[in-house]
Ligand binder design. Structure first.
Ligand code: SF4
Length: 364
């Protein structure tokens, strides 16, 4: 078992050194640049685009500096993700094999039994995960028996001493409050892409629907897990816009998953070419610079990355991964391989932190 470390404690002795800083070609950031990497919520699209498109080594070095300034340890959050209700979703997200609008091989299922979910959470904990995420392929939460059962899952997974996260689609303010009362740590609700590109990917909801749920989650005092996906045909401008909007959230989302499209047969995006791993490095680095204190999570698509590309993502500020051999309906990296890689890099799994952020009044 890999030893656990507490959040925000002293530097791990085996930390990956920033080897490039002794090379005169890679000057350290100036004090004014470091100042500019303090917490901000007013990044313009042009500023974000300039960061995203800056020379890769300088971008990674800047992100590494920001990371060192804001994270006092070398921990990586390990989050396991279980699909507790699979397939048959009425939304038409172009990347998703669980949509009823597409013809993937995913089989529809009902809400998983409570004991099965608990068993999966226990296993994830034994393997070293600190956060257990449960996903249901719903457009929105409906009050009733199934939501009550999810609330029970949240309560009982929390009793295992794990952080809990759910992704259930759109929520009302009252439903967010009930999740908060059940002890939910985090709610995942990705922006997916930019507002301008949104209707190329999804037609059954709009970007504003997304933002409304995000505000409800904040008001309930639940931490936010909000990120997006690259590789869906969007431009750098769209990627910058998505990051700009994430960074405008005040406070920043506590977790920012960066996903690379996994092109699944039967979905409208099945023929998209694979994402360039260096584009993922750029997204991790830019997210780190814009949202210095967030957990930047290397998410879907990690299985397609070489070990070397993953190392670059960690250097660029990623400090969270989805951990476990399945991500909802697609395969993920092997747990043993992940543990070996973290050991080699001198990174340690983060212990659960169940402290919640204060509720934030919604501007919506
Ligand atoms: S809402 Fe979620 S489950 Fe439904 S189609 Fe979109 S990504 Fe898939």
């Amino acid at each position: 078992m890999v030893p656990l470390c507490s959040p925000r404690v002293g530097r791990h002795p085996g930390v990956v050194p920033l080897a490039v800083t002794t090379n005169p070609c890679f000057q350290r950031n100036t004090p004014s640049q470091v100042m500019s990497d303090a917490l901000r919520h007013d990044w313009s699209t042009e500023e974000v685009l300039a960061v995203l498109q800056s020379p890769l080594l300088k971008l990674v070095e800047r992100a590494r500096t920001v990371h060192g300034d804001h994270h006092g340890d070398d921990s990586v959050q390990l989050a396991s993700l279980l699909s507790v209700k699979t397939g048959g979703c009425s939304e038409d997200c172009g990347y998703c094999p669980q949509s009823s609008h597409h013809s993937s091989d995913v089989e529809n299922g009902g809400l998983m039994a409570h004991d099965q979910v608990l068993e999966a959470a226990r296993e994830a904990k034994e393997l070293g995960a600190s956060r257990f995420c449960m996903g249901a392929a719903w457009r929105q939460v409906r009050d009733g028996d199934e939501f009550d059962r999810v609330l029970d899952m949240v309560r009982d997974v929390g009793k295992l001493g794990m952080e809990t996260c759910v992704t259930l689609g759109m929520l009302t303010q009252v439903q967010a409050g009930r999740l908060g009362e059940a002890g939910l740590t985090a709610y995942n609700h990705n922006l997916d892409t930019s507002p301008e590109y949104y209707d190329k990917i999804i037609s059954t909801r709009d970007f504003e629907d997304r933002m409304e749920t995000i505000h409800h989650v904040r008001e309930a005092g639940i931490s936010l897990c909000v990120g997006g996906i690259i590789g869906m045909g969007e431009s750098d401008h769209d990627r910058a816009r998505m990051l700009e909007i994430l960074a405008a959230l005040d406070p920043h989302p506590e977790s920012v998953p960066i996903n690379a499209l996994v092109a699944v047969a039967g979905t409208p995006l099945e023929d998209r070419p694979p994402v360039d791993p260096l584009d993922l490095v750029r997204m991790c680095a830019t997210a780190r610079i814009l949202m210095p204190e967030s957990r930047v999570r290397l998410s879907a698509g990690r299985r397609q990355l070489s070990r070397e590309a993953q190392v670059l993502c960690f250097l660029a500020g990623a400090n969270s991964i989805f951990y476990g051999e399945t991500l909802l309906t697609t395969a993920n990296a092997e747990c043993e391989e992940d543990r070996r890689l973290l050991r080699e890099l001198g990174l340690s799994p983060l212990a659960p932190d169940v402290e919640k952020p204060a509720p934030v009044p919604s501007a919506a």
